[in-house]
Design a protein around this ligand. Structure first.
Ligand SMILES: Cc1ncc(COP(=O)(O)O)c(C=O)c1O
Length: 386
């Protein structure tokens, strides 16, 4: 049986990472991998995280399992960070990263009778895989005009008419991956109205809180839509906001009517139990310690401010350049780590092969991975191909 398995295509990003690693050029530039890098090209452990880890090492008394729901203090503190206050209308469960939260949410939606998930395109490439793994149909929706770098809200709302009540749509809350283009508050409200009119559930994916305009600013739209709809699913990743990628820290929150909440909780617990049983502790404990302690929290906020300022400086520097037909000026208005340039595949290949500049095949660049010293060379290479 096992010998009959057909191989799966490798993740296209892993291919780029491998090519970059094997490229002997010393002036190569990596804009492919989706992690934040500081001015010297490192992805450091945040100061508050190091301090929280020292505290945990000194004070942790047991390594017994955490409960089925996970670390409830972590869930409360992250809930406050995301929603302002966590209303009693929310059910929550710790998850194995944002990816794990998305999977839990998809499984829950399937159990509740959903058949389809709308995916505004281009989306985070793992979204379709997660939706399919949960045995739901993914429905691609036009959403973004790459050459004009503009959200097409009407096209997205038109797709809602092709699905049924109880289906859902995954909406990225801020710092869109791979576009950097976020909804305005008016667009969030228009979305809430369109979803309510059709009985479609917003499934919000929040993976970059604090990387756009600020911790509260980045979730203003999320808070507005959650307030406007009767039911919502929210997947949170703390990988980027706390720089703890490998610790796999996430959470799922579900807004539901009071009489539905016990069933939501027991379904989530059952899904998690059959999957990984109990969540890992360490990363969630770090986040809990940082958020619960005023000094650590301030230290974390300060470092997150530095990260955001660094990304904004890089965006402004790129936007100040004129590169033939490329809409460089839009890069400054976009948020977070990523933007997608209107480049053809041939141009992406030329950047890689001739200039040693690596980005995804779909021309997503990790703005947060571009060192200041590399900006002139990157711009010259763009001018040469575009
Ligand atoms: C849009 C989006 N959602 C969710 C995630 C999941 O993050 P993680 O599983 O690493 O917590 C990512 C990570 O890149 C992402 O870009």
């Amino acid at each position: 049986m096992i010998e009959a398995l057909a191989p799966k295509a490798p993740d296209p990003l892993l291919k780029i990472i491998k090519m970059y690693r094997e490229d002997p050029r010393t002036d190569k530039i990596d804009l492919g991998v989706g992690v934040y890098k500081d001015a010297s090209g490192n992805t450091p452990v945040m100061r508050a995280v190091k301090d929280a880890e020292a505290l945990l090492l000194a004070t942790q008394k047991t390594k017994t399992y955490v409960g089925q729901q996970g670390d409830v203090d972590f869930l409360k503190l992250v809930g406050q960070l995301v929603f302002g206050t966590v209303g009693r209308d929310m059910v929550s469960i710790q998850a194995v990263g944002g990816t794990g939260a998305l999977r839990l949410g998809c499984d829950l939606l399937r159990e509740s009778g959903a058949k389809r998930i709308v995916l505004p395109q281009p989306c985070w490439p793992n979204h379709p895989s997660i939706v399919r793994a949960a045995r739901l149909e993914s429905v691609d929706s036009p959403f973004f005009n790459i050459s004009e770098q503009r959200i097409d809200l009407d096209a997205l709302i038109a797709t809602f008419d092709t699905v049924e009540r109880g289906d859902a749509v995954i909406l990225q809350a801020c710092c869109h991956n791979p576009l950097g283009a976020d909804f305005s508050m008016d667009q969030w409200i228009a979305l809430a109205d369109a979803l309510n009119a059709r009985g479609i559930i917003p499934f919000l994916d929040l993976a970059y809180q604090g990387f756009g305009d600020g911790i509260d600013e980045d979730v203003a739209g999320l808070r507005a839509i959650v307030e406007h709809v009767p039911e919502a699913v929210i997947a949170v990743s703390e990988a980027k906001s706390f720089g703890i990628y490998r610790e796999r820290v996430g959470a799922l929150y579900v807004k539901a009517a009071e009489n539905a909440r016990p069933a939501v909780m027991s379904n989530l617990a059952a899904i998690a139990r059959a999957n990984y049983s109990m969540p890992p502790d360490h990363g969630a404990a770090i986040v809990r310690e940082v958020l619960a302690d005023e000094a650590l929290r301030q230290s974390w906020r300060d470092e997150l401010d530095e990260i955001r300022a660094h990304i904004k400086r890089t965006r402004a520097a790129l936007a100040a350049e004129r590169v033939n037909s490329l809409p460089m000026h839009q890069i400054a208005a976009q948020k977070g780590m990523f933007s997608t340039l209107p480049l053809t595949e041939a141009q992406v290949v030329a950047l890689r092969e001739v200039h040693g500049i690596y980005m995804t095949d779909a021309a997503r660049i990790n703005v947060a991975g571009l060192r200041e010293a590399d900006i002139p060379r990157f711009v010259e290479a763009l001018k040469a191909v575009a």
